[in-house]
Design a protein around this ligand. Structure first.
Ligand code: AMP
Length: 542
């Protein structure tokens, strides 16, 4: 027997209309690329999102067409989040930290029709635009009089000029809730980057879940600073949950340094902030020497990389701020686990509580997790046995955009490439990564790419790239190299060879020459062994 409830699609346009109707005067504050602070309300976001939708109609974009952004966290980016997806197009958030060649590859693969960019990224756009063959319009997120005179970019429009001619009313389409709404590429595995293609339904379910008390606990009383970039997996879903709940949003724009973040937290009475560990390291690095304190900040979600225990301690003991350690993936919209304690844990001594807080956390309803051994057999949740972590749920990808070859799923489960334990209370802890990647400052570096560049040098016989723990960036790559006999190659020469072949921050910190790289029976490089051989190795201070 069917239930007798109304059928209504879960749509992103409904979120922004709800925000307009129920918390129209809720504030959205942005530090702009222009240098000043911009403030307006959720009613303004809704009004301008509708203008975005009208402008895309005028540009003759079809449903499903991709509209890319290369932008900081700010109000215009927020309007694009709602206007692009709400009107049936797909918002593609591009990562400006990638090498221009990677940006070109991704934009062409996504077949972006329009690219909206902050003026900070004009040099990047100038470097890539001639090679982005599907792009019909480049839209600079600025006033018309800020457009550069001789940019060399054909079809360059001003965002403000584009919106100025549009109406603030729009008849949002009644889409199927499974329609694609946004996409994000991840370079987390080998080969070319791959994209997760989110739907309206997955985005709304994730937005409900993200706001739950044991997840990010997002409410109308919060002032939220998403430092996590809006080009990283939907800024962890915060823009959507904020529209749902009417929270105030505070956007840092390009100002991610400790001083700028601190000043914004204080000025805008931020209660909750979210970002990767590196950002918080810079913030604490600014606050400690100056003996500064937070007046309003109560909690922060730290994820994307393992959060150092000292950071959790310092936030709580020195600043009275609760750290919620979080884990997720681009393929998971991204939230999978949040580390919040259960009632029974509140009685535990501080040290035992700390042990729990360091874990990546408990599953959110909507994310099933299991760990398996090499044969795919499920392993016990005893907090000790570790295995490959697999996940399943309505906001986890089924396949990648333009998937080539078989589905990535294993009997319906998505393999995360993380190795983890799960304890009796469901707390998951990552112990290792089976994927061959390094995460530095929250951004991926493919070790295979780094090895391939080294191997292209005529004096290199073999190369293995591994990540080394780094106090600021979490991990930094080094490359271990076996030289061809009679070669006189130096570290400096090889590091110079990397220049221009990959983004600057992806170039290894060091080259270590070794006699041989340990290999397994199948010829695979044994990086764990290599790491053991390098015990005691110190990264050069750069
Ligand atoms: P991304 O798709 O860029 O969000 O990266 C997802 C990957 O980042 C995960 O599969 C993990 O390897 C890593 N990661 C994310 N959050 C954490 C965390 N809290 N601790 C350790 N690793 C993490």
């Amino acid at each position: 027997m069917l239930g007798l409830m109304q059928q209504q699609s879960l749509l992103i346009s409904a979120l922004i209309e709800f925000a307009n109707r129920h918390h129209a005067d809720g504030e959205v504050v942005s530090r702009r690329v222009e240098g000043d602070i911009h403030r307006y309300t959720w009613a303004d976001v809704a009004n301008r999102s509708r203008k975005v939708a009208n402008a895309l109609d005028r540009l003759k974009l079809a449903h499903g067409d991709r509209v890319a952004t290369i932008a900081w966290n700010g109000y215009r980016h927020l309007e694009l989040y709602f206007g692009v997806s709400g009107s049936g197009r797909v918002l593609h958030t591009l990562n400006p930290r990638l090498h221009p060649d990677q940006v070109v590859w991704i934009a062409n693969h996504a077949e972006d029709q329009v690219v909206c960019f902050d003026m900070t990224f004009l040099p990047l756009v100038q470097a890539v635009q001639a090679r982005c063959t599907s792009v019909k319009h480049w839209v600079a997120l600025c006033d018309k009089d800020k457009l550069p005179a001789n940019s060399g970019i054909s079809n360059l429009l001003s965002y403000e000029d584009l919106l100025a001619g549009e109406s603030g009313t729009y008849d949002w389409p009644d889409l199927d809730e499974n329609t694609a709404s946004s996409m994000c590429y991840t370079s987390g595995t080998t080969g070319h980057p791959k994209a997760a293609l989110y739907s309206h339904r997955s985005t709304l379910l994730h937005a409900y879940a993200a706001a739950l008390p044991d997840v990010m606990c997002i409410s109308a009383r919060d002032s939220i600073l998403p430092v996590v970039p809006m080009f990283h997996v939907n800024a962890w879903g915060i823009p959507y949950s904020a529209a749902m709940t009417g929270s105030k949003l505070v956007f840092p724009g390009p100002g991610m340094d400790g001083k700028s973040v601190y000043e914004l937290i204080e000025a805008e009475k931020v209660t909750f902030a979210a970002g990767v560990p590196t950002v918080w390291q810079m913030l604490l690095g600014h606050m400690k020497p100056a003996n500064l304190r937070f007046s309003t900040l109560k909690r922060t979600v730290i994820g994307g990389s393992a959060c150092p225990p000292a950071m959790i301690d310092s936030f709580r003991d020195d600043f009275g701020v609760d750290v919620l350690h979080a884990w997720g993936m681009t393929e998971m919209s991204p939230l999978g686990t949040l580390c919040t304690l259960k009632n029974k844990h509140l009685e535990l001594p501080a040290e035992a509580q700390m042990k729990l807080r360091m874990k990546q956390g408990r599953s959110i309803f909507g994310v099933d997790m299991k760990i398996v051994n090499e044969a795919g057999k499920e392993l016990p949740h005893d907090g000790k046995t570790y295995g490959d972590l697999l996940v399943k749920g309505p906001w986890i990808i089924r396949e990648y955009f333009k998937q080539e070859g078989p589905s990535p799923l294993v009997e319906g489960w998505f393999p995360t490439g993380d190795v983890a334990t799960i304890d009796e209370d469901g707390f998951m802890q990552i112990t290792d990564r089976s994927k061959d990647v390094i995460k530095s400052g929250g951004e991926w570096i493919s070790s295979i790419d780094i090895e391939n560049i080294a191997m292209a040098h005529p004096a290199v016989a073999m190369a293995a790239c591994i990540g080394m723990a780094h106090p600021k960036w979490d991990e930094r790559p080094i490359v271990c190299v076996v030289k061809k006999s009679d070669s006189t190659l130096t570290s400096q020469e090889l590091l110079k060879f990397y220049e221009g072949k990959t983004a600057k921050w992806q170039i290894p910190d060091d080259v270590v020459f070794v006699e041989a790289i340990p290999l397994g029976a199948t010829g695979k490089m044994l990086k764990t062994k290599l790491r053991e051989q390098l015990a005691g190795y110190q990264l050069p201070s750069i």
